[in-house]
Design a protein around this ligand. Sequence first.
Ligand SMILES: Nc1nc2c(c(=O)[nH]1)N[C@H]1C(S)=C(S)[C@@H](COP(=O)(O)O)O[C@H]1N2
Ligand SMILES: [Mo]
Length: 169
Amino acid sequence: MKTINAQLAGCWSLSVLIVCLLTGLKSQAQTVLTVTGEVTKPLTLQTADLTAMAHTQVTGKDRDGKDHQYSGILVVDLLKQAGATVGGELRGENLTKYVIVKAIDGYEVLFALPELDAEFASRSIILADSVDGASLGPGVGPYRIVVPGEKKPARWIREVKSIEVRFAK
Ligand SMILES: Nc1nc2c(c(=O)[nH]1)N[C@H]1C(S)=C(S)[C@@H](COP(=O)(O)O)O[C@H]1N2
Ligand SMILES: [Mo]
């Protein structure tokens, strides 16, 4: 009887330990996006950080040829938060900087820094997290770049995982 009780107690504490470890791992905040490179404050962002940022709506044409309403964070806001040279600082040699966006499948696209800057560009390039009010589905989201007005959606990179600022020289 004693040994059974001891075994039960052992089992119980082992289960408690496993459950604790699993919930601990689950609640540990996951990095969903990084902003690095030529920035003064590299960012390691979690879902909640991105949800809390200001959202902008843009209209974009999907493969179906129809207009869809995308909502997301202006890429320039992420760059600003990371301390990249945007706005008034975007002059001189900073005009030779570019931004590489990488996805989970290894796909990468490039934007020149002025393409993203509000003082240069007339269109708003966003890191979208929803389309027509719904989250982006698997294989597309949780984050996708949307470039309004571009004839081909090749830079609408899906499953974005990082944004990196680099110097071209
Ligand atoms: N991560 C990732 N994003 C990607 C691609 C890719 O291969 N991987 N292909 C691009 C290309 S070439 C096009 S044309 C569009 C297609 O978007 P759709 O799948 O929503 O039609 O996604 C772009 N985004
Ligand atoms: Mo494409």
